[in-house]
Design a protein around this ligand. Structure first.
Ligand SMILES: CSC[C@@H](O)[C@@H](O)C(=O)COP(=O)(O)O
Ligand SMILES: [Zn+2]
Length: 203
């Protein structure tokens, strides 16, 4: 199996798992996985498709600028520039973006603060935060309709090889060294958001 094929399979399996959680409502969400460093090339979901379905056209190979490596009648995700920013600034190997009700409500509740912090919650260990006083701080940025503008705002929060950024009333993007890590971070964030919303209900 070539690297391209194995990366395709890795991303397709993640897509299926996230689809099983119903995290691709209304064709939302996009996923990417790095295939090579020199030249930088990555697979990204084709724009506007139903990501709950598995088809041979689910992913497109793009370069560091987000342009197609080979001609296609499909377009790469409208948000490919966010994935480009991650691979430009880090050695991360996979980036995942989903819209969920929980991440949208949290982004609205905490958007004016520009971040949401979690401390003393076991799941922050997914981000490598093991000490009792460690804080997981997830930035929340405005949702600019102009994607190059959104990508610029997003870029300033890409500070390590793994991370997460919430886009207000839009969704979350996470990245990690490979598909396993990126999915772990995404699941941890969604757990923390649901936990926080549950706390709001009883307080
Ligand atoms: C109609 S879904 C919302 C989209 O505008 C976008 O935010 C999204 O996540 C999916 O866009 P896509 O171009 O399919 O990757
Ligand atoms: Zn989106």
């Amino acid at each position: 199996m070539t690297t391209l094929q194995s990366k395709w399979e890795e991303l397709a399996d993640i897509k299926d798992e996230l689809a099983a959680r119903d995290w691709f409502m209304g064709t939302s969400g996009n996923l990417a996985i790095k295939v090579s460093n020199e030249p930088l090339q990555f697979l990204v979901t084709a724009s506007g498709k139903d990501k709950k379905k598995r088809t041979p056209e689910d992913f497109l190979l793009v370069n560091a600028s987000g342009d197609l490596v080979e001609e296609s009648n499909l377009k790469p995700s409208a948000e490919t520039l966010l994935h480009c920013a991650i691979y430009e600034k880090t050695s991360s190997g996979c980036s995942l973006h989903v819209h969920t009700v929980a991440n949208n409500v949290i982004s609205e509740l905490y958007g004016d603060k520009g971040k949401i912090d979690f401390q003393g919650q076991e799941l922050i260990k997914a981000f490598g935060l093991w000490e009792e006083d460690d804080i997981l701080s997830i930035p929340i940025i405005p949702n600019y309709a102009h994607i190059p503008h959104l990508a610029e705002a997003f870029k300033s929060h890409i500070l390590a090889d793994k991370g997460a950024v919430l886009i207000r009333n839009h969704g979350i993007t996470v990245w990690g060294k490979d598909g396993f890590e990126a999915k772990k971070l995404l699941e941890a964030c969604e757990f923390l958001f649901q936990y926080q919303l549950a706390l709001h209900q009883i307080k």
